[in-house]
Write a protein that binds this ligand. Structure first.
Ligand code: SF4
Ligand code: SF4
Length: 357
Protein backbone atom coordinates (compact mmCIF):
# COMPACT_ATOMS: atom_id res chain seq x y z
CA UNK A 1 0.00 0.00 0.00
CA UNK A 2 1.25 3.44 -0.81
CA UNK A 3 1.25 6.16 1.86
CA UNK A 4 3.45 8.89 0.39
CA UNK A 5 1.84 11.10 -2.22
CA UNK A 6 3.52 14.27 -3.40
CA UNK A 7 0.38 16.43 -3.28
CA UNK A 8 -2.53 16.84 -0.88
CA UNK A 9 -5.74 18.75 -0.34
CA UNK A 10 -3.69 21.28 1.66
CA UNK A 11 -1.72 22.17 -1.48
CA UNK A 12 -5.00 22.89 -3.22
CA UNK A 13 -6.22 25.00 -0.28
CA UNK A 14 -3.02 27.07 -0.40
CA UNK A 15 -3.33 27.65 -4.12
CA UNK A 16 -7.00 28.47 -3.63
CA UNK A 17 -6.07 31.14 -1.08
CA UNK A 18 -3.62 32.67 -3.51
CA UNK A 19 -6.14 33.11 -6.32
CA UNK A 20 -9.11 34.32 -4.29
CA UNK A 21 -8.16 37.99 -4.45
CA UNK A 22 -8.38 37.88 -8.24
CA UNK A 23 -11.93 36.44 -8.19
CA UNK A 24 -15.40 37.84 -7.63
CA UNK A 25 -17.31 36.92 -4.46
CA UNK A 26 -19.36 34.42 -6.42
CA UNK A 27 -16.30 32.85 -8.06
CA UNK A 28 -14.62 32.48 -4.68
CA UNK A 29 -17.48 30.54 -3.14
CA UNK A 30 -16.65 26.82 -3.27
CA UNK A 31 -20.32 25.84 -3.20
CA UNK A 32 -20.62 27.25 -6.73
CA UNK A 33 -18.45 24.38 -7.99
CA UNK A 34 -20.90 21.66 -6.96
CA UNK A 35 -22.28 19.43 -9.67
CA UNK A 36 -25.89 18.23 -9.57
CA UNK A 37 -26.87 14.59 -9.26
CA UNK A 38 -27.96 13.39 -12.70
CA UNK A 39 -28.81 9.70 -12.98
CA UNK A 40 -26.39 7.88 -15.27
CA UNK A 41 -24.09 10.87 -15.81
CA UNK A 42 -20.99 10.18 -13.73
CA UNK A 43 -18.31 7.52 -13.45
CA UNK A 44 -16.66 6.00 -10.41
CA UNK A 45 -13.43 4.07 -10.02
CA UNK A 46 -13.28 1.62 -7.12
CA UNK A 47 -10.25 -0.11 -5.69
CA UNK A 48 -11.78 -3.26 -4.27
CA UNK A 49 -8.60 -4.48 -2.62
CA UNK A 50 -4.99 -3.40 -2.34
CA UNK A 51 -3.88 -7.06 -2.40
CA UNK A 52 -2.18 -8.21 -5.54
CA UNK A 53 -0.89 -11.52 -6.83
CA UNK A 54 2.02 -9.72 -8.53
CA UNK A 55 4.71 -7.41 -7.27
CA UNK A 56 5.51 -5.14 -10.19
CA UNK A 57 8.59 -3.01 -9.59
CA UNK A 58 6.91 0.09 -11.02
CA UNK A 59 3.51 -0.36 -9.31
CA UNK A 60 1.94 3.01 -8.64
CA UNK A 61 0.31 1.71 -5.47
CA UNK A 62 3.30 0.06 -3.78
CA UNK A 63 5.78 1.53 -1.37
CA UNK A 64 8.75 0.11 0.51
CA UNK A 65 7.93 -0.88 4.10
CA UNK A 66 4.16 -0.50 3.77
CA UNK A 67 2.77 -3.95 3.35
CA UNK A 68 -0.60 -3.42 5.02
CA UNK A 69 -3.45 -4.48 2.79
CA UNK A 70 -6.99 -3.20 2.79
CA UNK A 71 -10.14 -4.63 1.30
CA UNK A 72 -13.44 -2.84 0.88
CA UNK A 73 -16.17 -4.80 2.64
CA UNK A 74 -19.25 -5.64 0.63
CA UNK A 75 -21.36 -3.63 3.09
CA UNK A 76 -19.12 -0.57 2.51
CA UNK A 77 -19.49 -1.04 -1.22
CA UNK A 78 -23.27 -1.28 -0.86
CA UNK A 79 -23.35 1.86 1.28
CA UNK A 80 -21.25 3.81 -1.24
CA UNK A 81 -23.28 2.74 -4.26
CA UNK A 82 -26.61 3.27 -2.54
CA UNK A 83 -25.50 6.78 -1.62
CA UNK A 84 -24.45 7.55 -5.18
CA UNK A 85 -27.58 6.37 -7.00
CA UNK A 86 -27.22 5.60 -10.69
CA UNK A 87 -23.87 6.05 -12.42
CA UNK A 88 -22.75 5.80 -16.02
CA UNK A 89 -19.71 3.62 -15.44
CA UNK A 90 -18.21 1.76 -12.51
CA UNK A 91 -14.67 0.58 -13.03
CA UNK A 92 -12.99 -1.85 -10.66
CA UNK A 93 -9.42 -0.72 -11.08
CA UNK A 94 -6.76 1.19 -9.09
CA UNK A 95 -4.64 -0.37 -6.35
CA UNK A 96 -4.43 -4.18 -6.32
CA UNK A 97 -5.84 -7.02 -8.39
CA UNK A 98 -9.63 -6.85 -8.71
CA UNK A 99 -9.93 -10.58 -9.47
CA UNK A 100 -8.54 -11.31 -5.97
CA UNK A 101 -11.50 -9.64 -4.32
CA UNK A 102 -13.21 -12.34 -2.23
CA UNK A 103 -16.75 -11.14 -2.98
CA UNK A 104 -16.31 -10.31 -6.65
CA UNK A 105 -19.56 -11.93 -7.74
CA UNK A 106 -21.53 -9.88 -5.19
CA UNK A 107 -19.63 -6.74 -6.14
CA UNK A 108 -20.45 -7.24 -9.83
CA UNK A 109 -24.07 -7.82 -9.02
CA UNK A 110 -24.27 -4.71 -6.79
CA UNK A 111 -22.48 -2.57 -9.35
CA UNK A 112 -24.75 -3.86 -12.13
CA UNK A 113 -27.67 -2.35 -10.22
CA UNK A 114 -25.97 1.06 -10.04
CA UNK A 115 -24.32 1.66 -13.42
CA UNK A 116 -25.04 1.37 -17.11
CA UNK A 117 -21.73 -0.31 -17.82
CA UNK A 118 -18.95 -1.95 -15.82
CA UNK A 119 -15.25 -2.22 -16.48
CA UNK A 120 -12.44 -4.16 -14.83
CA UNK A 121 -8.70 -3.67 -15.05
CA UNK A 122 -6.68 -6.80 -14.34
CA UNK A 123 -3.26 -8.32 -14.83
CA UNK A 124 -5.11 -11.37 -16.18
CA UNK A 125 -3.04 -13.97 -14.33
CA UNK A 126 -6.11 -15.19 -12.39
CA UNK A 127 -8.45 -15.17 -15.37
CA UNK A 128 -8.95 -18.92 -15.33
CA UNK A 129 -12.01 -20.80 -16.58
CA UNK A 130 -14.06 -20.15 -13.44
CA UNK A 131 -13.29 -16.45 -13.50
CA UNK A 132 -13.96 -16.24 -17.24
CA UNK A 133 -17.35 -17.87 -16.62
CA UNK A 134 -18.21 -15.30 -13.92
CA UNK A 135 -17.16 -12.30 -16.00
CA UNK A 136 -18.73 -13.40 -19.27
CA UNK A 137 -22.01 -14.06 -17.48
CA UNK A 138 -22.18 -10.46 -16.25
CA UNK A 139 -24.14 -8.64 -18.98
CA UNK A 140 -23.19 -5.12 -17.87
CA UNK A 141 -19.48 -5.86 -17.89
CA UNK A 142 -18.45 -4.37 -21.24
CA UNK A 143 -14.78 -3.71 -20.92
CA UNK A 144 -11.83 -5.69 -19.63
CA UNK A 145 -8.48 -3.93 -19.60
CA UNK A 146 -5.51 -6.27 -19.42
CA UNK A 147 -2.28 -4.79 -18.12
CA UNK A 148 0.63 -6.06 -20.16
CA UNK A 149 3.80 -4.13 -20.80
CA UNK A 150 5.56 -6.42 -23.22
CA UNK A 151 4.91 -9.46 -25.40
CA UNK A 152 8.51 -10.54 -24.88
CA UNK A 153 8.38 -13.22 -22.11
CA UNK A 154 11.51 -12.07 -20.27
CA UNK A 155 10.59 -8.40 -20.31
CA UNK A 156 7.04 -9.28 -19.27
CA UNK A 157 8.38 -11.30 -16.32
CA UNK A 158 10.65 -8.43 -15.27
CA UNK A 159 7.85 -5.87 -15.44
CA UNK A 160 4.99 -8.02 -14.10
CA UNK A 161 7.02 -9.66 -11.35
CA UNK A 162 5.45 -13.01 -10.36
CA UNK A 163 3.47 -13.29 -13.59
CA UNK A 164 4.04 -15.30 -16.75
CA UNK A 165 3.24 -14.23 -20.27
CA UNK A 166 2.27 -17.82 -21.17
CA UNK A 167 -0.36 -17.86 -18.37
CA UNK A 168 -1.83 -14.59 -19.55
CA UNK A 169 -1.96 -15.84 -23.13
CA UNK A 170 -3.63 -19.12 -22.12
CA UNK A 171 -6.17 -17.25 -19.99
CA UNK A 172 -7.08 -14.82 -22.74
CA UNK A 173 -7.60 -17.67 -25.21
CA UNK A 174 -9.88 -19.45 -22.73
CA UNK A 175 -11.75 -16.22 -22.03
CA UNK A 176 -12.29 -15.43 -25.70
CA UNK A 177 -13.92 -18.84 -26.30
CA UNK A 178 -16.73 -17.87 -23.90
CA UNK A 179 -16.80 -14.16 -24.57
CA UNK A 180 -19.51 -12.58 -26.67
CA UNK A 181 -19.96 -9.06 -25.32
CA UNK A 182 -16.87 -7.84 -23.44
CA UNK A 183 -14.42 -5.58 -25.26
CA UNK A 184 -10.83 -6.51 -24.51
CA UNK A 185 -8.07 -3.92 -24.46
CA UNK A 186 -4.38 -4.25 -23.67
CA UNK A 187 -2.81 -1.48 -21.63
CA UNK A 188 0.93 -0.91 -21.54
CA UNK A 189 2.93 1.39 -19.30
CA UNK A 190 5.95 2.75 -21.15
CA UNK A 191 9.19 2.74 -19.15
CA UNK A 192 12.89 2.58 -19.96
CA UNK A 193 12.73 -1.17 -19.13
CA UNK A 194 10.20 -2.26 -21.76
CA UNK A 195 10.46 0.49 -24.38
CA UNK A 196 12.33 -1.56 -26.98
CA UNK A 197 9.83 -4.43 -26.97
CA UNK A 198 6.59 -2.51 -27.35
CA UNK A 199 6.42 -3.17 -31.10
CA UNK A 200 5.76 -6.87 -30.32
CA UNK A 201 2.40 -6.05 -28.75
CA UNK A 202 0.24 -5.59 -31.89
CA UNK A 203 0.96 -9.10 -33.24
CA UNK A 204 0.34 -10.53 -29.76
CA UNK A 205 -2.99 -8.67 -29.52
CA UNK A 206 -4.07 -9.73 -33.01
CA UNK A 207 -3.28 -13.39 -32.30
CA UNK A 208 -5.76 -13.23 -29.39
CA UNK A 209 -8.50 -11.34 -31.22
CA UNK A 210 -7.79 -8.09 -29.34
CA UNK A 211 -8.30 -4.94 -31.37
CA UNK A 212 -7.06 -2.15 -29.11
CA UNK A 213 -3.85 -1.35 -27.26
CA UNK A 214 -3.55 1.75 -25.07
CA UNK A 215 -0.25 3.25 -24.03
CA UNK A 216 0.46 5.41 -21.03
CA UNK A 217 3.74 6.79 -19.79
CA UNK A 218 5.23 5.92 -16.40
CA UNK A 219 4.88 8.59 -13.77
CA UNK A 220 8.05 8.03 -11.80
CA UNK A 221 7.64 7.70 -8.06
CA UNK A 222 9.54 6.25 -5.09
CA UNK A 223 8.85 2.56 -5.75
CA UNK A 224 9.81 2.67 -9.43
CA UNK A 225 12.98 4.64 -8.70
CA UNK A 226 13.98 2.17 -5.99
CA UNK A 227 13.80 -0.51 -8.67
CA UNK A 228 15.68 1.65 -11.18
CA UNK A 229 12.74 1.95 -13.50
CA UNK A 230 12.49 5.36 -15.08
CA UNK A 231 10.61 7.11 -17.84
CA UNK A 232 11.87 6.49 -21.35
CA UNK A 233 13.07 9.58 -23.20
CA UNK A 234 10.76 11.38 -25.59
CA UNK A 235 13.02 10.38 -28.51
CA UNK A 236 12.88 6.70 -27.53
CA UNK A 237 9.13 6.85 -27.11
CA UNK A 238 8.60 8.49 -30.48
CA UNK A 239 10.84 6.03 -32.34
CA UNK A 240 9.36 2.93 -30.71
CA UNK A 241 5.78 4.12 -31.03
CA UNK A 242 6.30 4.67 -34.77
CA UNK A 243 7.27 0.99 -34.97
CA UNK A 244 4.27 0.03 -32.84
CA UNK A 245 1.93 1.96 -35.12
CA UNK A 246 3.48 0.37 -38.21
CA UNK A 247 2.96 -3.13 -36.76
CA UNK A 248 -0.53 -2.27 -35.55
CA UNK A 249 -1.53 -1.06 -39.01
CA UNK A 250 -0.40 -4.38 -40.51
CA UNK A 251 -2.27 -6.36 -37.84
CA UNK A 252 -5.44 -4.21 -37.98
CA UNK A 253 -5.09 -3.29 -34.34
CA UNK A 254 -5.99 0.18 -33.05
CA UNK A 255 -3.42 2.15 -31.02
CA UNK A 256 -4.64 4.63 -28.46
CA UNK A 257 -2.49 7.18 -26.69
CA UNK A 258 -3.85 7.53 -23.16
CA UNK A 259 -4.32 11.07 -21.85
CA UNK A 260 -1.21 10.59 -19.71
CA UNK A 261 0.77 9.38 -22.70
CA UNK A 262 3.58 11.82 -23.26
CA UNK A 263 4.60 15.37 -23.89
CA UNK A 264 2.88 17.33 -26.58
CA UNK A 265 5.89 17.24 -28.89
CA UNK A 266 5.85 13.43 -28.96
CA UNK A 267 2.13 13.35 -29.69
CA UNK A 268 2.58 15.93 -32.47
CA UNK A 269 5.40 14.02 -34.14
CA UNK A 270 3.43 10.78 -34.03
CA UNK A 271 0.40 12.55 -35.47
CA UNK A 272 2.45 14.01 -38.33
CA UNK A 273 4.31 10.80 -39.18
CA UNK A 274 1.36 8.39 -39.02
CA UNK A 275 -0.61 7.46 -42.12
CA UNK A 276 -3.87 9.47 -41.75
CA UNK A 277 -5.75 6.45 -43.13
CA UNK A 278 -4.74 4.46 -40.06
CA UNK A 279 -6.62 6.63 -37.58
CA UNK A 280 -4.30 6.76 -34.57
CA UNK A 281 -6.45 7.51 -31.53
CA UNK A 282 -5.17 10.62 -29.77
CA UNK A 283 -7.11 12.14 -26.87
CA UNK A 284 -8.74 15.45 -27.79
CA UNK A 285 -6.57 18.44 -27.08
CA UNK A 286 -8.53 20.04 -24.30
CA UNK A 287 -7.84 23.40 -22.76
CA UNK A 288 -8.24 21.97 -19.35
CA UNK A 289 -8.89 18.69 -17.63
CA UNK A 290 -12.59 18.03 -17.09
CA UNK A 291 -12.07 14.82 -15.11
CA UNK A 292 -13.16 16.30 -11.73
CA UNK A 293 -16.55 17.16 -13.30
CA UNK A 294 -17.33 13.59 -14.32
CA UNK A 295 -15.21 11.06 -12.44
CA UNK A 296 -13.84 10.28 -9.05
CA UNK A 297 -12.64 7.18 -7.24
CA UNK A 298 -12.59 5.42 -3.91
CA UNK A 299 -9.78 3.26 -2.62
CA UNK A 300 -10.16 -0.04 -0.79
CA UNK A 301 -9.76 1.65 2.60
CA UNK A 302 -12.88 3.71 1.85
CA UNK A 303 -11.02 6.97 1.20
CA UNK A 304 -11.58 9.30 -1.73
CA UNK A 305 -8.86 9.37 -4.38
CA UNK A 306 -10.02 12.46 -6.23
CA UNK A 307 -8.72 11.65 -9.69
CA UNK A 308 -5.80 9.86 -11.20
CA UNK A 309 -3.15 12.29 -10.06
CA UNK A 310 -0.59 12.16 -7.30
CA UNK A 311 -3.00 13.60 -4.75
CA UNK A 312 -3.17 11.82 -1.41
CA UNK A 313 -6.50 10.19 -0.52
CA UNK A 314 -8.89 11.91 1.88
CA UNK A 315 -11.58 10.76 4.29
CA UNK A 316 -15.18 10.75 3.11
CA UNK A 317 -17.51 12.28 5.70
CA UNK A 318 -20.74 11.04 4.17
CA UNK A 319 -21.56 8.30 1.65
CA UNK A 320 -23.85 10.41 -0.50
CA UNK A 321 -23.59 12.05 -3.91
CA UNK A 322 -22.60 15.36 -2.29
CA UNK A 323 -20.26 13.64 0.16
CA UNK A 324 -18.35 12.01 -2.68
CA UNK A 325 -18.76 13.93 -5.95
CA UNK A 326 -18.96 17.30 -4.16
CA UNK A 327 -16.21 16.51 -1.65
CA UNK A 328 -14.07 19.63 -0.87
CA UNK A 329 -11.20 18.02 -2.82
CA UNK A 330 -13.24 18.00 -6.01
CA UNK A 331 -14.70 21.47 -5.39
CA UNK A 332 -11.18 22.84 -5.04
CA UNK A 333 -9.92 21.04 -8.14
CA UNK A 334 -12.84 22.32 -10.22
CA UNK A 335 -12.40 25.86 -8.98
CA UNK A 336 -8.65 25.95 -9.58
CA UNK A 337 -8.82 24.32 -13.00
CA UNK A 338 -11.71 26.52 -14.09
CA UNK A 339 -9.70 29.63 -13.21
CA UNK A 340 -6.55 28.27 -14.85
CA UNK A 341 -4.65 27.91 -11.59
CA UNK A 342 -3.42 24.47 -12.64
CA UNK A 343 -2.22 22.65 -9.50
CA UNK A 344 1.29 21.22 -9.51
CA UNK A 345 -0.15 17.69 -9.25
CA UNK A 346 -1.90 18.23 -12.57
CA UNK A 347 1.39 19.17 -14.22
CA UNK A 348 2.67 15.71 -13.36
CA UNK A 349 -0.53 14.07 -14.49
CA UNK A 350 -0.45 15.58 -18.00
CA UNK A 351 -4.15 15.07 -18.49
CA UNK A 352 -4.76 18.50 -19.96
CA UNK A 353 -3.03 20.46 -22.68
CA UNK A 354 -2.05 23.21 -20.25
CA UNK A 355 -0.11 20.72 -18.20
CA UNK A 356 1.45 18.97 -21.21
CA UNK A 357 3.95 21.73 -21.90
S1 SF4 B 1 -0.48 -5.99 -11.24
FE1 SF4 B 1 -1.00 -3.84 -11.00
S2 SF4 B 1 -1.61 -3.60 -8.86
FE2 SF4 B 1 -0.51 -5.55 -9.01
S3 SF4 B 1 1.61 -5.06 -8.46
FE3 SF4 B 1 1.40 -4.95 -10.70
S4 SF4 B 1 0.99 -2.77 -11.17
FE4 SF4 B 1 0.57 -3.15 -8.96
S1 SF4 C 1 -5.01 16.89 -14.69
FE1 SF4 C 1 -5.39 17.18 -12.49
S2 SF4 C 1 -7.60 17.10 -12.25
FE2 SF4 C 1 -7.11 16.17 -14.22
S3 SF4 C 1 -6.96 14.00 -13.81
FE3 SF4 C 1 -4.91 14.87 -13.67
S4 SF4 C 1 -4.60 15.35 -11.49
FE4 SF4 C 1 -6.81 15.05 -11.86
Amino acid sequence: MRTIFPFSIRDLEELNGSIDETLSVEERDLSNYKIPYLPGAYSLGIGLTSRCNLNCPFCYYREQGHNAVSTLSISQLREILTGLGQLRLITFSLEGEALLYPWLQDALSLASGHAEILQITTNGQLLDDGMAELLTSTPKLRSLILSIDSADPDTYAAMRRGGKLSTLEKNIRGFQKRNSHIFLELYAVITDRNIHTLHTLPAFAASLGIKLISFGKLREHGWSREHHIYSASDREITDEMLKVIDEAQKEHVQVKLAPYFADKTVVEELRERTDPAYGLFIPPDRNFCDMPWSFTSILSDGRLFPCCGDFSPAEIEECSFDGIFNHPYLLLLRKLIKHRAVPEGCLECRNCSESRV
